[in-house]
Ligand binder design. Structure first.
Ligand SMILES: C[S@@+](CC[C@H](N)C(=O)[O-])C[C@H]1O[C@@H](n2cnc3c(N)ncnc32)[C@H](O)[C@@H]1O
Length: 273
């Protein structure tokens, strides 16, 4: 190939990649976020229908968390924690929908982990799987919560393949909450990978949807209406998932069952410490 031809190939590749590259560096403006925003009570139909039934038990969870924040030497900064609104939204969604498999990415001190485990415990069924790249996560969890929890440590050098491997071993996911790495590429990867492995009426939720266009783009591609909730200095989003139950991209040899009883999962369950 001559130098001129090489230059043309590079120029045309750049012209093709440039729009998506630019997109990955942009963040949604406040007007765009506001156009999808809702009060936390209305951010999901399940919440609107059920939050009054579960409000008093949720206050107990808030009190428990407040006491643990007071008594615990935090490993991660407190402002890593999921916000007040998205925490109660997910608690009420879990109580109302009774999901069998909940997946969260990004544990840090474990604020949302405590909330999700409390809701599942009240449901007396369903399991939580969490991923993080650090072994020292979850300092807010009690010993008994740790025993009912499935933690998957992702080696940072192979984070993408190990996340996919975890997903392969899970039953179909009924509720997903993203709160890990908030760059466009990683957020998009998680939303897409999990959506291919979700029950048809599964819900995708995400913290930090203002960090990149990933959540809004995902919702547009999958024709889902994003509903956003402003949470202090963060913006979280909820969208029902649209994808079919069948997992097209993951290994077809893996049998995906709707529910694996607690403790019999093939995943790397257990405490990170
Ligand atoms: C914002 S904090 C999570 C806060 C947590 N959800 C809570 O409510 O307390 C982000 C966490 O994501 C983890 N993390 C970073 N990259 C990750 C990745 N690719 N996959 C999973 N976790 C990741 C960090 O180690 C950190 O613990």
């Amino acid at each position: 190939m001559s130098a001129t031809q090489e230059r043309r190939v590079i120029q045309s590749s750049l012209a093709r990649l440039w729009p998506s590259l630019l997109r990955s560096f942009k963040t949604p403006g406040i007007g765009e976020l506001l156009s999808h925003s809702a009060p936390w009570e209305d951010v999901a139909d399940d919440v609107a229908a059920s939050w009054r039934d579960y409000a008093s038990e949720y206050s107990e969870v808030e009190n428990t968390l407040a006491a643990r924040y007071h008594a615990t030497q935090l490993v991660f900064p407190q402002d890593f924690s999921a916000g007040t609104h998205i925490s109660r939204v997910l608690y009420f969604i879990v109580r109302a929908r009774k999901p069998q498999t909940v997946l969260e990415t990004g544990v840090a001190n474990g604020h949302m982990t405590v909330v999700l485990l409390a809701a599942l415990s009240r449901n007396e069924g369903g399991e939580l799987h969490s991923t993080d790249v650090r072994p020292d996560v979850g300092c807010l969890l009690s010993p008994s919560e740790r025993r009912s929890w499935n933690y998957h440590l992702l080696p940072p050098a192979h984070v993408r393949t190990s996340f996919t491997a975890v997903l392969k071993r899970l039953p179909t996911v009924d509720l997903f909450f993203h709160d890990s790495q908030h760059g466009y590429g990683w957020q998009s990867f998680e939303y897409e990978a999990v959506s291919r492995h979700m029950s048809p009426d599964g819900v995708i939720a995400s913290d930090d949807v203002d960090s990149s266009y990933a959540f809004l783009d995902f919702c547009a591609t999958h024709k889902r209406e994003p509903r956003l909730v402003f949470d202090g200095n963060k913006t979280a989003g909820v969208a029902p998932a649209s994808s079919p139950t069948v997992d097209r991209d993951l290994d077809a040899a893996v049998t995906i069952t709707r529910h694996t009883p607690r403790g019999s999962t093939t995943s790397s369950a257990g405490s990170p410490n």
